[in-house]
Design a protein around this ligand. Structure first.
Ligand SMILES: NC(=O)C1=CN([C@@H]2O[C@H](COP(=O)(O)OP(=O)(O)OC[C@H]3O[C@@H](n4cnc5c(N)ncnc54)[C@H](O)[C@@H]3O)[C@@H](O)[C@H]2O)[C@@H](O)CC1
Ligand SMILES: Nc1ncnc2c1ncn2[C@@H]1O[C@H](COP(=O)(O)OP(=O)(O)O)[C@@H](O)[C@H]1O
Ligand SMILES: [K+]
Length: 523
């Protein structure tokens, strides 16, 4: 599992080492790691000697890291320039930089644009203006320099610790920010690098260990990796049968939106549900069965299920009524439920943690506005997009449900505030029906994993998760499988566009490769 921390948590972990006089050692480790990454990036394109590097250095320790790193690069034959954004900068680091032969330019209120033009064509620009000590965003000449540089589309930007202007704890962004190709972060990944909009500015994140790792507190965010997925994804055993594998009930689609039912039912079947029972009008059921003949169409009593998916494409009184009936029976039987799209309007006042709501930003804004207790003044889609971590936690806390907020980075919050962040997808997944496929995958995983989630000796408990937090992990598994399937499908088209149907087709491949046992005989 990948963990991320707030800036304050990192600073707290550093404090004992700073108190014992090891601050300079920490900074050297950070600077060396940063310089190594720049060397790797330059070498991928050209020889080191003569490569042009500019470091934008602020007045704090972040600027110190950048200047020390640049002095290492200067000693390796690169032409290094420091743009000093403040009259005061880290004295020792500036001394080391000058001693290594670096050139110094000073940013002043009149020369930001000129300096931007001067360094935009460099092989690498290191952004070391602000780090975890930042309050708010870049100001005055620094803001002007970064805004001009961003417009000039520099070749390669490496952020020192985090892109300057980004809130390390929340991922909120104070524009302008110089968007990085690579962020080299120290001691622990900052939470703001694993949630949007911050993650969208950070590029590829490289973690450099500096010796504080054992002192870090409980992570602010978690991200499942392939090893976790291998441990958590359900696998049938020799004695499995279709009922023991997990039956999913689906109330989706309507006369108007039959496609959502087709996609969510088929995705559930592709994600390994033992059986899918579809509940809906005959007009939609005909389409569902023609795409997925394996599904059963249930008119009245749907029979036993292990989980429900309610809402994709649900529209009109009849289908909302069926979703409401299924919700009631799920509540009584304590079954896990995915509540998506149309069904988000029929939530009970308080949901259990095994109800997983799957809104996109617009739906989350509507949901929050409808809650009596939010205390928020009219939350808009833009508000959610600029502070997704804040709002997903708030929605989970106030509804009692687990909330999965869809986006380029998908966040899942449990009602206690544990948050998972997954980001394996591609922007081509922003296409109609993609969310219906996610609903089907999540429903199928819930139906198959219900026992293992509730089992205190199961794989979810083994990750150290409390019972109510484990549903968020199942949702994170689904988001990861969905993202990986989208990326795999797009790769099959040479990185081109995809349809929701193409995502579904890739799902079994993704699950197959993640669950494959290690076979030493395999090449
Ligand atoms: N504490 C340590 O020993 C280590 C710190 N490291 C680096 O140090 C950074 C944190 O250093 P600092 O605490 O000095 O913080 P920063 O480097 O973020 O700088 C804070 C300074 O900038 C000023 N400032 C804050 N917000 C500003 C704004 N919006 N505009 C202009 N100036 C602003 C503050 O008054 C303060 O003087 C980390 O991000 C990391 O890069 C690493 O070297 C590892 C070790
Ligand atoms: N830019 C993006 N990059 C990666 N994935 C995305 C992006 N935008 C959306 N997605 C994913 O695509 C899906 C869209 O879901 P949703 O908005 O509900 O679509 P629909 O209602 O049409 O099915 C979500 O799983 C979301 O995480
Ligand atoms: K920075």
């Amino acid at each position: 599992m990948i963990s991320a921390f707030t800036g304050q948590q990192i600073r707290d972990a550093e404090q004992p080492l700073l108190d014992s006089g090891e601050g300079a050692v920490l900074m050297q480790r950070a600077a060396y790691g940063l310089a190594q990454e720049v060397v790797r990036l330059v070498k991928a394109k050209r020889k080191l000697r003569g490569a042009c590097i500019t470091v934008l250095a602020g007045k704090g320790n972040n600027g110190g890291d950048g200047l020390f790193a640049a002095s290492i690069l200067a000693r390796r034959g690169m032409r290094t320039t420091a743009v000093l954004a403040s009259a005061e900068v880290h004295t020792e680091a500036l001394g080391a930089f000058l001693a290594a032969g670096g050139r110094v330019l000073r940013l002043d209120p009149g020369n930001a644009e000129e300096l931007a033009v001067l360094c935009a064509g460099d092989d690498v620009i290191i952004d070391a203006l602000l780090g975890t000590g930042a309050r708010g965003g870049l100001r005055e000449a620094s803001a002007e320099l970064v805004a001009s540089l961003q417009e000039l589309k520099p070749r390669c930007v490496v952020a020192c610790d985090l892109p300057s202007g980004l809130d390390a704890a929340t991922g909120e962004v104070h524009w302008p920010v110089l968007e990085a190709d690579v962020t080299v972060t120290f001691g622990g990944i900052k939470a703001g690098l694993m949630t949007d909009p911050g993650e969208g500015c950070a590029g590829h994140v490289v973690l450099v260990q500096i010796g504080i790792e054992d002192s870090l507190d409980t992570p602010e965010l978690h991200r499942l990796d392939a090893t976790d997925l291998h441990a958590l994804l359900p696998k049938p055993g020799r004695r499995s049968h279709k009922y023991s594998r997990g039956v999913l009930g689906v109330v989706a689609g309507s006369a108007r939106f039959a496609g959502a039912a087709v996609l969510s039912v088929h995705a559930a079947a592709m994600a390994g549900a033992g059986m899918v029972r579809y509940v809906g009008p005959e007009s939609a059921a005909r389409h569902v069965l023609s795409r997925t003949p394996e599904a059963l169409w249930e008119t009245d009593d749907p029979g036993r299920v292990q989980a429900w998916l309610l809402g994709p494409g649900v529209d009109g009184e009849d289908q909302l009524g069926r979703a409401g009936d299924a919700a009631q029976s799920a509540l009584a039987a304590e079954l896990p439920v995915v509540v998506d799209a149309g069904a988000l309007s029929i939530l009970p006042e308080r949901c259990p943690a095994h109800w997983i709501l799957t809104p996109h930003a617009g739906e989350l804004a509507t949901l929050l506005a409808a809650l009596p207790s939010t205390g928020e003044v009219a939350v808009t889609r833009e508000d959610v997009e600029s502070r997704p971590l804040h709002f997903v936690r708030k929605a989970a806390e106030q509804t009692g449900a687990t909330v999965l907020l869809k986006g380029a980075t998908t966040l899942v919050a449990s009602p206690s505030g544990v948050v998972f962040s997954q980001s394996e997808g591609t922007a081509w997944m922003a296409t109609a029906g993609s969310g219906d496929v996610l609903g089907g995958i999540l429903g199928a995983l819930l139906a198959q994993s219900e026992d293992s989630v509730r089992d205190d000796d199961g794989a979810y408990a083994a990750m150290g998760l409390k019972p109510d937090d484990r549903w968020a992990a199942v949702a994170a598994v689904a988001a990861s499988v969905h993202g990986r399937a989208g990326s795999m499908a797009s790769e099959d088209f040479n990185g081109g566009p995809l349809t929701a149907s193409a995502i579904m087709t890739a799902v079994p491949h993704v699950i197959g490769s993640l669950t494959a046992e290690y076979d030493p005989a395999r090449p």
